[in-house]
Write a protein that binds this ligand. Structure first.
Ligand SMILES: Nc1ncnc2c1ncn2[C@@H]1O[C@H](COP(=O)(O)OP(=O)(O)OP(=O)(O)O)[C@@H](O)[C@H]1O
Ligand SMILES: [Mg+2]
Length: 137
């Protein structure tokens, strides 16, 4: 377990870029932490470092964002925006999780039992308006 202290949105994005260096094909990254704790900011850095050709944004109306054009395709989910368990099940998550790409799930603990055992968990905590503690397990 290691905790990184971020003092700005840019530092969180940069931490995401750094974390991308540890990612391999088929990884599932499960993110937890309150609203505004920096999960999407982290995914922006991660996706850009993997060479995605579009900027990562919060998945809302389209429940899954796919970023391609980079080293690995990225599948970005946000379980907070998914109404209930049956909607989550209808997404066909395993087709993404067991694909060669990388899956990143915000609010993964909302339907934690749908997340594979092999997932890497990262938690985000808001310490102050501009400070976040990011813990990798
Ligand atoms: N150190 C920091 N790291 C990340 N974001 C920060 C930091 N300091 C301030 N912020 C601000 O906090 C917000 C983080 O937003 P972000 O969308 O990344 O959160 P989130 O965890 O994805 O929230 P949600 O649960 O709503 O999806 C942004 O407005 C950002 O500017
Ligand atoms: Mg978000």
């Amino acid at each position: 377990m290691a905790t990184f202290i971020s003092n700005s949105p840019e530092e969180t994005e940069s931490f995401g870029r750094q974390f991308a260096g540890t990612i391999k094909s088929g990884d599932v990254i499960a993110l937890i932490g309150d609203l505004g704790s920096g999960k999407t900011q982290f995914v922006k850095g991660l996706a850009s470092a993997l060479g995605a050709t579009t900027t990562a944004t919060s998945p809302t109306f389209t429940l899954i964002h796919e970023y391609s054009g980079g080293r690995l395709p990225i599948y970005h989910f946000d379980f907070f925006r998914i109404e209930d368990r049956s909607s989550a099940e209808r997404l066909g998550l395993d087709d993404y999780f067991f694909d060669d790409g990388v899956s990143v799930i915000e609010w993964a603990d909302r339907f934690g039992d749908l997340i594979p055992q092999s997932a890497r968990w990262i938690s985000f905590e808001t310490n102050s308006e501009t400070q976040r503690a990011i813990t990798t397990k």
